[in-house]
Structures are given as C-alpha cells and as structure tokens.
Write a protein that binds this ligand. Sequence first.
Ligand code: C5P
Length: 398
Amino acid sequence: MTMELQGKHIVLGVTGGIAAYKAAELVRLLGKAGATVQVVMTEGATHFVTPVTFQALSGRTVYTDQWDGRIGNNMAHIDLSREADLILVAPASADFLAKVAHGLADDLLTTMVLARDCPLLAAPAMNRQMWENPATQRNAATLRSDNITLLGPGCGDQACGETGDGRMLEAAEIVEDLVAFLQPKALAGKKVLITAGPTFEALDPVRGITNLSSGKMGFALARAAREAGAEVTLVCGPVSQPTPRGVSRINVTGALEMHNTVMERAAGQDVFIGVAAVADYRPKAAAEHKIKKDGSAPPAIELVQNPDILADVAALSQPPLCVGFAAESRNLAEYAEKKRRAKKIPLIVGNLIQDGFGGEENKLTLFDDNGQTPLPVRPKMDLARALVVHIAGLLDQR
Ligand code: C5P
C-alpha cells in the first residue's frame, strides 16, 4: 500500500459492537497508509476490546471518558477534534447514529462529534433488523442530509448468526473509501467507460492468443475516476485484479465481445479510456474441440483482424472524450502522435514498455493538442489520479 493518508490525523471513534475487533485492524491499516490515529472509545466499546489494544496499535493514549483528568483544561472533546483532519467512527452502533442524528452529547465521543469542525464518516455495524428498523433508517437519512458520510454497511453473515445488511465493511474497504473521500471531485457527475487487461482470442476450448497485460493501469484509472466522483464502468479481459469499490465491472474474453460490450454503452458517456491491450488479430474460427497432435504437420492458424474499439468509439457522431494508450519500445513521441491522429482522439497516453510494464510504477507522457505533458516515475495509482485531473481539464475545455 502506498502512503495514501500521509500527513493525515484521524480520530477513530469506536462504539460498542462486536465489529469493534475489526477496528484494531483498521488502526493498523490507517497507520500503514501514513495516518496518525487517535482512538476514542465509548464505554460500551471497552466491553468488546480493551483500550490497551488500541493504545498499543496507535501508539497513543486512548480516551474513553469525558471526565478524564489527564487533559489539563478538561476539554478533551474540543482539543481532540481540533487536531483531526477527520473523525471516523467504526464501528458505529445504532445508538451512536441515533444520538448524532439528534444532537445528543452524553459521552466523550458524542460530545466531540457535536463540537467538531472537520468531516465525520461513520461505518455502521449492527444486526440487520436494527439496521432495517425505520428509526435507524430515519436517523441514517438525517445523518446523510447533515453531510455525514456513511460507509456501508455491507451485506453478509452476522455475528448473531443472521444474514443481511448491517455488517461493518472490512477494514481495507473502509480505508479505500476514506482515501476516496479525500480526493478532489474533478469528475463529479461524469460517466466514464474504461477497457482494461488483455483480450483472449480462443483457438480451441483451452488455448488461445493473448497479450501480456496485468490490467493494473486500467484498474488504477477506474479507481481514480471513481474517487473523483465519476460513475465508472470497467470492461475487462481476463485479469486477476480486485474490482475497485463502487466501480461496475463487466468481464469479457475476446476482442469482439469487448467491442460489442463497449459499443452498447459508449453513447451517453462523458469519457472513454481504452487501456486494454486488445489483440490485433483473432483466429478466424475457434475449434469446437481440443486440437490434437496427430503426427501430421502442425495446423496453420488463419487470422482475421479485430475491430479497433477506440477508433470506433471516437467515430461516433457525438463521441465521449476519447483517451488512448500507446505502449512502445522506442520512438514514443512519434508513434504516439501518429496513433492519436490515426484514431482521431484528443489524448493519448504514451509509455515505454521498459519503464513500467507489469510493475507497480510507471512513467507516462501525455500527448494532446496542447503538446506534451510528462508525468515522472510514480506508483500507478498516483499516475492515474494525475491523469484523471488532466482529463477533467480537457473536458472543461470542450
Ligand atoms: O493501435 P494500437 O493497439 O497500438 O493502439 C492502442 C490503443 O488503442 C489503446 O488505447 C488500446 O486500448 C486501443 N485499441 C482498441 N482496440 C483495438 C486495438 C487497440 O481499443 N483493437
């Protein structure tokens, strides 16, 4: 994980619920991402996990009591929240949500929340009936309209043995949502369609022609566009990448299927980004059964050309802003500009294969009507965020 929360100071409120044990992992992940964490627990939370656990993990004194004499001016509720970039409450119990919705402040955490001048995010965790109860739903709606961000809850097995909505998100999901919350919303309300990964062109039921492509850059872009507030659809070939939260993913195999899937959705999109390494050719026909070695000459493979997805989207009567990728082994500027003209697209993102293929980092050069913009070596996620800002700028110029 990169240090995506470097320099952030987070007050983590822990309320009484069995998911409090997951908050221990959350403190570790927040710390790994570069944040400092100050834990505040309700009295109820201390029945599930002790303050010592959080003290050891956060390296800071844990506060549980508004009458704690350790703070000189006895204003822990003010002091703790003034230092924070945000307050995150995870798990947030039904009782906590109800109190905040009604402005109640009868312990340190709720008093601090009422006195805050920073954003509040809460990850609800409770039995599904408690979550579905109209009172809780009313409170959740009040919190949302008060600009409080609810993360989840998720759906699934619950500690009580029931299954349904109300589970706290996993610690890693909460961190991903938190990082997203902190990003500028350069693509708020926009629709973005992205292709990623390789395509696989079948020869027979088990063999085929494909490209080496990890899908990392396309998935990073999907996540960055989502973080920036866009509604993101990711059409991807066979890859083993986790779907970024909030992104709708469609798995495809061959280039023709990718082409159809994209063309059905391209109208009405604001941006189309072709990151996929689409096979240029496919076998004319895939054998129905596995091709056998029978001792005679090796079979010839007849190939036909695949459609150019990016060029076809760019040729629509009202195309989205189209962005292409050019991975080259030499003459980057010349080849990238040539591709940009051939496909009639406003922006092409060039990279040299030797700079980042398959790895965690890369170095990009953006080619558009304004000239070249180099993006020096950085983790792919950082590059994706910078690219999203650049694309938002081009959308504004349109
Ligand atoms: O033509 P070339 O493959 O070099 O161009 C690369 C760019 O075009 C990438 O953005 C890729 O996703 C896109 N492309 C496509 N359909 C193809 C071939 C490439 O969308 N059949």
